[in-house]
Design a protein around this ligand. Structure first.
Ligand code: DON
Length: 311
């Protein structure tokens, strides 16, 4: 049987097969050969592989959290009036389906749905909407988080596609704020700074259905919303490779173009850890759809070796 270390070392060599995202200038500075993994179980038990102190921005991983905050604040029925829960098979910033019959964004894991969700967050001001998500995250992570302003501004000044999406959403009645406010909230949330251990803790939140004695009141969610979030991760979380990931890895997961992945493990055993677990991965070298190449390789091998397929 391959050990975690074997799988990690093999995955490190795969970093050569991808490229760091360059469409946001501030992300282009990441090291393409970095790869780190954290696996967390309850009671703060953690296995770390590689340099887990490196910081990164959440990018699309935040879409799951924003969805949860908005859905808990309104209700699933209300949210479904603005955004569906159907996979698209299109790239994350595709605009094409906003011209389909219903015009409603297909799901909250693609940019169109996430921009709509940003406009639906609790609070009147941009600041309050961003705070509703950072407070929820802070309650899970038990620490304060901040926004990387350089990444945010870099995104904001190269957001032509997202701005176009937001204008179409607004024209069709699927934005509940003005375009610039929704964009700023969405892009600030993408620029929240975390470590790979934080990613594992976010994944653990889903693995435990939000049940962990150290979470404060602010991390509360209805079980229905957590279940929908996991279903969205499984069907739409890995961009237009979500089907393959579900078929060959078989766990709810969400990736971001920074090279972040969170993956949710139900009751299993991985070396010294046992029970529900969260896996955080950070490998900035990504493939053509936007997923960390080393991260995908690691999770595919790990799922097979440790029998983590959950379907
Ligand atoms: O919208 C963007 O361009 C990014 N800030 C989010 C990128 C990302 O991770 C891909 N999204 N689904």
């Amino acid at each position: 049987m391959k050990t975690l270390q074997d799988i990690y070392e093999q995955s490190l060599t795969v970093t050569k097969e991808g490229k760091v995202a360059t469409y946001i200038p501030a992300l282009a500075a990441a090291s393409s050969d970095h790869f780190s993994v954290s696996i967390c179980a309850k009671n703060n038990k953690e296995i770390q592989l590689g340099d887990c102190h490196a910081t990164l921005t959440l990018q699309s991983v935040v879409k799951v959290i924003s969805f949860m905050v908005a859905a808990n604040h309104h209700s699933m029925d209300e949210i479904m009036k603005y955004v569906d829960v159907e996979p698209t098979g299109d790239s994350f910033n595709s605009i094409v389906r906003l011209e389909s019959d219903k015009k409603k964004p297909f799901n909250p894991m693609i940019n169109a749905g996430a921009i709509t969700i940003a406009s639906l967050l609790p609070g009147e001001s941009l600041h309050d909407k961003v705070k509703s998500v950072t407070e929820f995250l802070e309650a899970i992570l038990q620490k304060q988080v901040h926004i990387n302003n350089e990444v945010y501004l870099s995104e904001y000044h190269s957001a032509d596609y997202n701005r176009a999406i937001a204008y179409i959403l607004k024209a069709n009645g699927f934005l509940s704020s003005d375009v610039e406010d929704a964009l700023q909230v969405y892009l600030q949330l993408c620029s929240i700074v975390v470590t790979v251990s934080d990613l594992a803790k976010i994944a653990l939140y889903f693995a435990t259905d939000g049940n962990n004695e150290y979470y404060s009141e602010k991390a509360k969610s209805s079980l229905e919303v957590i279940q929908v979030a996991k279903a969205l991760m499984l069907t739409c979380g890995m961009y237009n490779a979500s089907g393959k990931f579900a078929a060959f890895v078989g766990m709810p997961a969400k990736s971001g173009v920074s090279g972040a992945i969170i993956a949710v493990v139900k009751n299993s055993k991985i070396e010294g850890l046992q029970g529900p677990m969260g896996i955080g991965l950070y490998g900035p070298s990504i493939d053509s759809v936007g997923n960390s190449v080393a991260g995908i390789h690691f999770l595919t091998k790990l799922s097979k070796e440790y029998d983590l397929f959950c379907l």
